[in-house]
Write a protein that binds this ligand. Structure first.
Ligand SMILES: Cc1cc2nc3c(=O)[nH]c(=O)nc-3n(C[C@H](O)[C@H](O)[C@H](O)COP(=O)(O)O)c2cc1C
Length: 244
């Protein structure tokens, strides 16, 4: 069993996305999975230029010279692919989307109808199962509607299956380690480790783990008040630095 995490946070290893992905990977490794983590912020992945050379000229090779070929070889035999992203304007990050577009090289130029009668590119490659993982700054879980819909469509394009969706709102708290909030976050990270173990051993999330992962860290009103305090104090300190 091999699990590949693609981390699309522009903050790379310093991001909240990495806090989530690391806990998940820890659990997966404990369950015996081979794991690989690709931090896109540390790689050079250029835009797909839609030249279609990979389809019509170079027999499945992309002509762009960057790190994408290395990434594809790292993840190609993964049984499960975890797409981890911060929520940016209701969607996946541009870095993750750029990576997804470059997967064009893995698709056949031929189309066919899928079982529900919708066209998609045919593929001869075995599709990995997908886990979607995201966090966002706002407190409500409804902000993940687009990502949740998108990953189902993405899976359909790949002839793949989504085996888990893990979304954390109130993402600003993921890095908090102090006081009661720190305890709540620590418990959340434990639930993420369990999620990693479950995906590695059962390829699905139990209802108990799903319920734990859907809990809010703190009440929305408290979160909104604390974020405002943080913004106020950061602006005051930036202002005082500017005038001194
Ligand atoms: C460009 C940009 C757009 C964002 N858009 C949203 C958004 O639409 N809704 C939201 O709740 N948070 C939004 N956020 C906040 C991030 O999702 C949040 O800070 C997250 O924890 C960042 O994860 P990271 O530390 O891995 O980058 C946005 C942040 C950035 C930088």
């Amino acid at each position: 069993m091999k699990i590949a995490v693609i981390n699309g946070s522009h903050q790379g290893r310093n991001g909240n996305t990495n806090i989530m992905a690391s806990a998940f990977l820890k659990g997966a490794q404990e369950a015996g999975a081979e794991t690989v983590e690709v931090i896109l912020a540390e790689k050079e992945v250029k835009y797909c230029t839609a030249c279609k050379a990979c389809w019509f000229k170079t027999s499945g090779q992309c002509v762009i010279r960057d790190d994408m070929a290395e990434i594809i070889s790292l993840i190609k035999d993964a049984d499960v692919r975890v797409l981890a992203t911060p929520l940016y304007f209701d969607n996946i990050s541009s870095m993750l989307k750029t990576f997804i577009d470059r997967l064009m090289v893995t698709a056949s130029p031929y189309w066919g109808k899928d079982q529900q009668g919708e066209c998609r590119h045919l593929t001869t490659k075995a599709a990995p199962q997908l886990v979607m993982m995201a966090n966002c700054g706002y407190p409500e879980r409804s902000h993940f509607q687009v990502i949740s819909h998108w990953v189902q469509r993405h899976a359909r394009n790949l002839n793949a299956q989504v085996i888990g969706e893990i979304y954390a709102s109130q993402g600003a708290l993921l890095s908090v380690r102090e006081q009661e909030v720190g305890m709540v976050v620590a418990n959340y990270l434990k639930a993420l480790e369990t999620a990693g173990r479950e995906i590695a051993s059962d390829r699905k999330l139990s209802s108990e783990t799903k319920a734990l992962l859907e809990q809010k860290f703190i009440p929305d009103e408290v979160y909104i008040r604390e974020v405002k305090k943080y913004v106020d104090s950061t602006l005051v300190s930036a202002h005082s630095k500017n005038i001194s």
